[in-house]
Design a protein. Structure first.
Length: 384
């Protein structure tokens, strides 16, 4: 069908809650690209050039999409270890060479005394020491510096080729932002962190405040590099699948609000990658900057309830279930995509996507169907 917008215009219209010429589509592709291209995950992660080449071939073979949710070439074994504040095991490093994807290993690395240390020493100093404990006996910093130089070159080349030349925007700029509460939950283990919220709530609150100030400085301090960009902010254990609505309101929302307001004030579009269940606290997200954020949800959150609560406030993105892409039929994928477009896409403010990442073993015909529905389907309900 005829299109009147570029992919960038379509994405930006959706974020502003305007009605684009059609619902944009932007699945999250990482390990699927390796599997689809016939590359092992270990080889894929070690070679950013192969990630970029696999992405180019997938885009051509599958008919294209409107934005890069994750930028190929930025995920290496070392950058992944620094991305997550818990032990990361990757294919060939902690996992068998032929393992299909990365795993996270939860263990108690952070202690209750660390809350006081964060306040006394500052977040940046504490965080550096935390990673030495997370990977004892290994200094990953030299390799990280080398990887970061290479991935920065990859990012800029990818930006030039796609966002500048092809008007296909990047929804990820460099590393994602991990809020303090998420770090605490990973570092303490969720069980211990849940106890901390009950036994030392004041310490958790104060440490999170100090950490958030440092995270804000790090995120917006290089405004020349991030201004006008779209930057991931992760949320997993901050939602109602792990915390009660009261805990979310007390421990999550205040610092998240400060962080996002600071980002928006510097011209950054926060891409809220919120995994797990958030349905019970969606109403709290109305306190975040309106028409300035992109909220990506996976299949555990009720997207239709999200439309009811946030449809006039925040652009929604998601949430085709990974099990549907891996195990479902083309007809089932088409039906769910059409329903999302008809209901959540009505009036604008919606980007069709996978619920979190497209699984590595997704059926290519199902992925192609999801993309084709977005490109071709124009329900009357989505135009009003």
């Amino acid at each position: 069908m005829n299109e009147t917008m570029t992919p960038a215009e379509r994405i930006n219209a959706a974020i502003a809650l305007e009605q684009p010429d059609r619902v944009p589509v932007a699945p999250l592709f990482i390990y699927f690209l390796a599997h689809y291209d016939g590359i092992g995950a270990a080889e894929f992660l070690r070679d950013p050039d192969k990630q970029v080449a696999a992405a180019e071939r997938a885009f051509a073979r599958l008919g294209g999409w409107d934005a890069w949710y994750a930028v190929p070439g930025l995920s290496t074994p070392t950058t992944l270890k620094f991305l997550w504040p818990m032990e990361v095991r990757v294919p060939g490093e902690g996992l068998p060479e032929d393992a299909p994807l990365t795993q996270l290993h939860e263990r108690e690395v952070m202690t209750p005394e660390d809350y006081d240390a964060i306040v006394a020493d500052g977040w940046d100093q504490w965080y550096a020491g935390y990673y030495q404990r997370l990977y004892p006996g290994r200094d990953l910093r030299p390799q990280l510096r080398a990887d970061m130089r290479r991935t920065q070159e990859t990012l800029m080349a990818f930006y030039q080729r796609w966002e500048v030349e092809r008007q296909v925007p990047l929804l990820q700029w460099q590393r994602l932002v991990v809020p303090a509460v998420e770090v605490f939950s990973f570092g303490r283990t969720f069980y211990q962190f849940a106890l901390d919220l009950a036994t030392v709530p004041e310490k958790v609150t104060r440490a999170a405040e100090v950490a958030t100030e440092a995270i804000i400085r790090r995120t917006v301090g290089s405004a020349g590099g991030t201004r006008g960009r779209k930057v991931w902010v992760s949320g997993w254990r901050s939602g109602s699948g792990f915390l009660s609505p009261r805990q979310c309101a007390a421990f999550v929302l205040p610092n998240l609000k400060r962080l996002l307001e600071a980002m928006v004030g510097e011209g950054i579009t926060p891409v809220l990658h919120f995994d797990a269940e958030w349905t019970r606290v969606l109403h709290l997200l109305r306190q975040l900057p309106a028409k300035k954020c992109l909220l990506a949800l996976d299949q555990l959150t009720d997207m239709y309830k999200a439309k009811e609560i946030l449809g006039d406030h925040t652009c929604l993105m998601g949430n085709i279930a990974p099990q549907l892409l891996a195990l479902g039929t083309v007809d089932e994928v088409v039906a769910e995509c059409r329903r999302l477009i008809e209901v959540v896409g009505k009036g604008g403010g919606f980007i069709l996507s996978s619920g979190c990442e497209v699984p590595y073993n997704a059926k290519p015909e199902n992925v192609a169907a999801m993309l084709e529905v977005a490109r071709e389907y124009r329900p009357a309900s989505a135009k009003t």
